[in-house]
Design a protein around this ligand. Structure first.
Ligand code: PLP
Length: 396
């Protein structure tokens, strides 16, 4: 039977990683990969995580299953991190947390819930969006459509977005990025979130907010502005949270599906369905990453260590964004690429064309995906002058 199976090309990013490894240019720069890098180009384990793991190793007494919703201790720390310490949504018992294998697992749970419990609802995603969104929802049998997000001049197309949202059939699901939009880095202002809320209300849409980068944009609470606004203003929404980036525990697969319902009764009904969806996918989530997060967020001595490290990562990215645009000044390109300083998170839609991306790779050993998305964490103060020179060369 397998003789009929066709091979599909591998992930473009994986191809990029291979090509980067083989490149012998000593000045080569990897701007393709989707993880945080420090100034040495490493993705280190955070100190708070190491310490939490040491404590877990010493104190853990069992490896038994943790249940389809995951460890209650994990939900108890993630809910206030996402919705706020004094959230009225939490006070009302309207939110349910289900630990998931990464933010991706939470998205798949959401997709299966929508497909099985809200049949006939389509989903609308930004154009562009994280490519996995394009796979996850159709894989669950949900029709996917796009709304505009970036204009031809590589700016946030908020007017285009809003007018498209106004056309969405009532009751459909709209996927929004909470912060650090992947792949563009263009985030909504507080005022824009308010306008989105109004349209969501008018059209009776179900927002699904993907929150994969909490703390990477402006701060843990600042980045949650849109999520909290919608949760506190609407009866129902879905949030998919990830601890992969903000705890640097990518491989531990640690995420959370948060379902917000009108009241506690409806939340429990929804929650019971989510348990079935989780069971049918993978039964129970992996425990270790969630244990790390709950150990840190329930230890008075580890919280500040983790917060400081997260701030360090965020500041590094935001400083490099500004300094790169400065480095482009002598070439007269600072205005053209000013958006890089304004965008947030690890990714930037640079506005480079696929041909310019190819030239950067072939002539300078600078690797990024052909959409022109760069991982800003691949910048460093050592390589900024080289990057600026290369940008200038492909712009001449
Ligand atoms: C927008 C977005 N959502 C979700 C995820 C999922 O993250 P993970 O499954 O690694 O927790 C990512 C990771 O790159 C992302 O960029």
């Amino acid at each position: 039977m397998f003789e009929q199976i066709e091979r599909v090309p591998g992930d473009a990013i994986l191809g990029l990683i291979e090509a980067f490894k083989k490149d012998t240019n000593p000045q080569k720069v990897d701007l393709g990969v989707g993880v945080y890098r420090d100034s040495q180009g490493n993705t280190p384990i955070m100190r708070a995580v190491k310490e939490a793991e040491a404590r877990l190793l010493k104190n853990e007494t069992t490896k038994t299953y943790i249940g389809s919703h995951g460890a209650p201790a994990y939900g108890n720390v993630v809910l206030p991190m996402v919705l706020g310490e004094n959230s009225p949504v939490l006070d009302a018992g309207r939110a349910s947390a289900t630990q998931s294998p990464g933010g991706t697992g939470a998205l798949r749970l959401a997709a299966d819930f929508i497909a099985t419990q809200l049949p006939g609802k389509d989903i609308w995603v930004s154009d562009p969006t994280w490519p996995n969104h394009l796979g996850i929802f159709p894989a669950a049998g949900i029709k996917l459509h796009k709304y505009p997000y970036v204009d031809a001049d590589n700016r946030l197309d908020f007017d285009g977005m809003l007018s498209a949202l106004k056309q969405i059939p009532e009751g459909d699901v709209v996927l929004l990025h909470a912060c650090c939009h992947n792949p563009t880095g263009f985030d909504l202002s507080q005022d824009q979130w308010k306008q989105v809320l109004e349209v969501v209300r008018e059209r009776n849409l179900l927002p699904l907010v993907d929150f994969a980068y909490q703390g990477f944009g402006e701060g843990l609470d600042e980045d949650a502005y849109g999520v909290r606004l919608l949760a506190e203003s609407l009866d129902e929404m879905i949030i998919t949270s990830s601890c992969s980036k903000n705890f640097g525990i990518y491989c531990e697969r640690t995420g959370c599906l948060i379902m917000v319902a009108k009241d506690n009764e409806q939340m429990e009904n929804v929650r019971s369905q989510i348990a079935i969806v989780a069971r049918e996918n993978y039964s129970n989530p992996p425990a270790h990453g969630g244990s790390i997060v709950s150990e840190i967020l329930s230890s008075d001595d580890l919280i500040p260590v983790w917060r400081d490290e997260l701030t360090e990562m965020r500041d590094r990215i935001n400083t490099l964004r500004r300094d790169f645009v400065e480095a482009l000044k002598p070439y007269g390109l600072d205005q053209k690429y000013a958006c890089i300083a304004e965008q947030r998170g690890m990714f930037s839609y640079t506005g480079l064309t696929p041909e310019q991306v190819d030239r950067l790779r072939d002539e300078f050993g600078i690797y990024m995906v052909r959409s022109g998305r760069a991982n800003v964490a691949g910048f460093s103060h050592e390589n900024l002058p080289y990057l600026a020179k290369a940008f200038a060369a492909v712009n001449s």
